[in-house]
Write a protein that binds this ligand. Sequence first.
Ligand code: SAM
Length: 262
Amino acid sequence: MNLWVGLVSLFPEMATAIASAGILGRAIQRDEMGFEVFNPRNHAVDRRRTVDDRPYGGGPGMVMMAEPLLGAIGEARQRAPSPPRVIYLSPQGAKLDQSHVERLSQLPSLVLIAGRYEGIDERVIESAVDEELSIGDYILSGGELPAMVLVDALCRLLPGALNNEESIQTESLLDGLLEYPQYTRPEQVGPLKVPAVLLGGDHGAIRGWRRAEALLRTWLRRPDLLASRALSDADSALLQAGLRRQSHAGSRWPDGGGNEGE
Ligand code: SAM
């Protein structure tokens, strides 16, 4: 097993549904990733198995109580094959990106905490959480989906999880660029044709076209990604050529296939 993840959640069924399908489901089935859910309700300290209460000082909604959460985190720590890093999924955390995923995929064990209601008692964060991560500047009703977003992204980086190792290498953001456009059969959909360069079998030309498209796409859609890196001379030339072609023709590849720089 390359990575073990324990999820602390009041709604285990949400997580297990996601964890049973697709690449993630296969990785868990093959024991490439361990995944277990720990329900704070099983650690409630009263007969009614209460897990939430009103906030001190007043205000709307309920807060997840510290004791059931700490109990579930403790249970997860005991099940983890090595001392885990504990992460609370929270809109107040650092914004999750691929570099966080890469860093965390190197660790052997993680415990993820999914909050509900108005959030969790601050003393859980103070005493048991190593890191807070947000999946974006919007508020969800629970941390299960954010936790499973992270688990899914982690799973894709585990050795052997993907059948085609190469798709990891070309994926958007892995080398700081968005991925080039993809096409599959048929060659024509209505008036829209597959760029000719992709049909020609010239692998050098295809590589050049894809690199140019990735650069151009990143420049147009996510210039912030390019601002933080220095482009090689070859990449600059590809990007400039792509931009020129676009401004002249109003279309990026008027002949259906460029081949600059190769
Ligand atoms: N009142 C909290 C606040 O303002 O920080 C938000 C509580 S939210 C309704 C309930 C739970 O959903 C949170 O405890 C957290 O686990 C999860 N959550 C909501 N939005 C999230 C986001 N953008 N990223 C990660 N987790 C989120």
